[in-house]
Design a binder for this molecule. Structure first.
Ligand code: PGA
Length: 247
């Protein structure tokens, strides 16, 4: 299977940003967009109910690994599904850092999503210190190990992976297309050792300061199947041109 068989994928991560007027703007401006990519907007949970556009799917930025119950402040997969989510980001570096989410917890969240029918977008990626120490591959491999231990090959095939180097997130410092491709190739090679079909089918997104003017070169890399977009997903025009760059 070549890259052509993997459908491009672009997800916007609004983080703790946005409003109902931004939702309305996206509903309107994305309505007429024709893009080949699967397009997803992961907005704050409070805005999910406002989307009414069939051009794109909606997703959450986090999800609990637990069933409904006494877990104040958490949202279950069941709830997110009822709110229309088909996807959930798990293990974003901001949550790994701010909420202390471990590799094991991220894997449990991914498992819960797959077993209840939503697609997890599993984020991995290293800090600048790790990169400078030459440990990118072992760091990313440890993040993936936890996921591979928890999910079967069939379950893994229902996930999307996002490689997001922390030093490139929100900094304007994008990984060069070569730097991105190197790690994406490593990740695909990692899955190759688990299962060859899985490796060829799984979509690996790049995230970290993707903008309209760098998206096309990044997405053109052999193992880059699309992007997870933060800042540039908050402006409909920019997001649309990034989605079109994935074609
Ligand atoms: P950024 O964020 O595009 O603003 O760098 C990406 C992300 O954190 O998903």
């Amino acid at each position: 299977m070549s890259k052509n068989v993997r459908k491009p994928f672009v997800a916007g991560n609004w983080k703790m940003n946005g409003s109902m007027s931004l939702v309305a703007d996206f509903n309107e401006k994305l309505a007429s967009v024709s893009a080949q990519a699967d397009i997803v907007i992961c907005s704050p949970a409070t805005l999910l109910h406002g989307f009414n556009n069939s051009t794109f799917s909606i997703g959450a930025q986090n999800v609990s690994h637990l069933d409904n119950g006494a877990h104040t402040g958490e949202l279950s997969v069941e709830m997110l599904k009822e709110a229309g989510c088909e996807y959930a980001i798990v293990g974003h570096s901001e949550r790994r850092e701010d909420q202390g989410e471990s590799n094991t917890l991220v894997a449990q969240k991914a498992k819960k999503c797959v077993s209840e029918g939503i697609t997890p977008i599993i984020c991995v990626g290293e800090s600048l210190d790790v990169r400078e120490a030459g440990n990118v591959e072992s760091f990313v491999a440890a993040q993936l190990d936890a996921v591979v231990e928890a999910l079967s090959v069939e379950e893994l095939s229902k996930t999307v992976v996002a490689y997001e180097p922390i030093w490139a997130i929100g900094t304007g410092k994008t990984a060069s297309p070569q730097q991105a491709q190197e790690v994406h190739e490593f990740i695909r090679g990692y899955f190759e050792k688990v299962d060859a079909d899985l490796a060829q089918g799984i979509r690996i997104l790049y995230g970290g300061s993707v903008k309209p003017d760098n998206a096309e070169t990044l997405f053109a890399q052999k193992d880059v199947d699309g992007g997870l977009i933060g800042g540039a997903s908050l402006k409909a025009e920019d997001f649309i041109s990034i989605c079109q760059a994935a074609d």
